[in-house]
Write a protein that binds this ligand. Structure first.
Ligand SMILES: [Zn+2]
Length: 503
């Protein structure tokens, strides 16, 4: 009898131990998979890889766009963007080698090469001596076609970090030469900032690209004709705004080629049996954030999200072979939802009153300033322009005495500078206007604040940034890691053994 009981106890005990052992084992496995710096991937490789970078796009930029879309449907909450549907989402740090708050060159170097570098360096090590191999170059080495798209100039820091190696982001001419020699398959978006170099005697980088076999198009007609047999392509928007960039989405009309158009066209040109790697940058989210212009930011985010939509359409046709990775490089502006003056209230619909970007309104002001001098420029004229373009002074946007005072000060600063005492106003002037057109930035501040949206800086911030992933290898993006982990994870998902290292 007692032997029977003992056997039963031993048996029960053994089962118990087996269960505990299994739980411990599976828990350790769970920890392994959730490890924040585990970049390994052993599944089926991604043949088509999209890398979307929203410059200056942190959590608040996306959230502001979602809240704005919801408000326009009279919903309290959010209307999700394409990127918000992505099944895998994680957070990463962005600091540079020599500064906590990063810049676009150091951030894009990390995102392209898996290495930290110093501020303003383009895919070289921090001492600016050794070039660093980029994920796009490795994709090309491994037989994939490669495309680079941006809404700013094609030689700007973020796109440059995928094909160029230069000690400084300001070396636009040299970056253009690197582009011409890259042998990548598709470049699209904005133009070249310095194709001929400073003294105009150097070889033109666009001409060199043509010599190297690129087809260069800059009309909508030629752009539309591009197809899978076009060969190597450089496609520049026929309409360029300041900085050789595409116009802000809020200022675009049917004549513009949008970021989504460039993305669709690149997919058409690049599609081939060996797969492709396509980087798409929404570069003007950052610019509009620097200028503290929420309406323009929101339209840029929606425009960027529409470009991601084109990749999702492609993914739906090739779900087992496609990976879409969406990141920001850093946050810009210290944007947040909530403002001291509106306490717990928000009215995102008020953003609809803005008709042009800050850049568009600057043009309107320049025209006014051209036709008026200090003696005949009137504050009431400016108020009329503000009403027309920002709705300020309308029934739902009545200006308080304090807001009128701020606009009058900005008017004095912009047009009638004699009223300003520069000695003691310098710091205050920077905090108020950040080097931007005083009237314009005051107008966007007032409109944004009335909507319940506020800014803390005209520069970048150091907050962590989300990565959103859909498709092959999405589960590798879990937890909290560093920006340098992202290209390492992507290379593993692409099934490429070649390591990110010095060139
Ligand atoms: Zn920036």
């Amino acid at each position: 009898m007692s032997l029977k009981i003992n056997k039963r106890i031993i048996f029960t005990y053994s089962i118990f131990i087996v269960i505990i052992a299994y739980l411990l084992y599976s828990n350790s496995n769970l920890e392994k998979n959730n490890s924040t710096n585990n970049n390994t991937y052993n599944g089926k490789k991604a043949k088509y890889v999209f890398y979307f970078i929203g410059d200056g796009m942190g959590i608040p930029q996306v959230n502001a766009a979602e809240a704005y879309l919801a408000a326009n449907s009279d919903i309290i909450g959010i209307k999700e963007l394409n990127i918000s549907h992505f099944p895998a989402q994680a957070l990463f740090t962005t600091y540079a080698e020599n500064r906590y708050i990063t810049g676009s060159a150091a951030a894009a170097t990390a995102l392209a090469t898996g290495h930290k570098t110093t501020i303003n360096t383009i895919s070289m090590d921090g001492s600016r001596q050794r070039p660093l191999k980029t994920i796009a170059e490795i994709a090309k080495d491994n037989g994939m076609k490669v495309g680079i798209i941006t809404s700013v100039s094609i030689d700007h820091a973020t796109p440059a970090c995928f094909y160029a190696h230069q000690p400084l982001r300001s070396k636009y001419y040299e970056i253009g030469i690197d582009l011409a020699n890259s042998n990548f398959d598709f470049f699209g978006g904005g133009g070249f900032k310095s194709p001929a170099g400073k003294n105009n005697k150097k070889i033109n980088s666009i001409e060199l690209a043509k010599k190297n076999g690129y087809k260069y198009v800059n009309t909508k007609e030629d752009f539309n004709k591009l197809n899978n047999s076009s060969g190597k392509v450089i496609a520049v928007s026929p309409i360029l705004a300041n900085g050789k960039a595409l116009r802000y989405a809020i200022d675009q009309n049917k004549d513009d080629i949008t970021l989504a158009d460039f993305t669709s066209k690149a997919i058409e040109v690049l599609d081939n049996e060996k797969g492709f790697f396509l980087m798409v940058e929404g570069g003007k989210i950052d610019w509009a954030c620097h200028a503290n212009d929420a309406a323009t930011v929101i339209h840029e985010v929606i425009d960027f999200d529409a470009a991601v939509g084109k990749a999702i359409d492609f993914y739906k046709k090739h779900p087992k072979e496609t990976s879409i990775v969406v990141v920001g490089d850093h946050e810009t502006g210290g944007l947040t939802i909530g403002f001291a003056g509106t306490k717990y209230e928000s009215s995102f619909k008020l953003i609809n009153n803005q008709k042009v970007s800050f850049e568009g309104f600057n043009k309107i002001l320049s025209k006014y300033k051209k036709n008026h001098n200090k003696s005949n420029a009137k504050f009431s004229d400016i108020l009329a322009l503000l009403k027309e373009n920002f709705g300020l002074g309308n029934k739902n946007l009545e200006l308080s005495e304090y807001e009128l005072f701020r606009l009058k000060e900005a008017f004095n600063q912009s047009i009638n500078k004699k009223n300003i005492k520069p000695k003691n106003i310098h710091e205050n002037t920077y905090l108020l206007y950040g080097g931007y057109e005083p009237i314009t930035v005051t107008a966007t501040h007032i409109l944004n604040q009335k909507a319940g949206i506020a800014w803390t800086t005209y520069s970048h911030t150091g907050t962590p940034i989300p990565v959103r992933v859909m498709g092959v290898g999405q589960n590798v993006f879990k937890g909290y890691f560093d920006n340098t982990d992202i290209p390492k994870k992507m290379l593993n998902i692409m099934g490429i053994k070649q390591k990110l290292s010095e060139k």
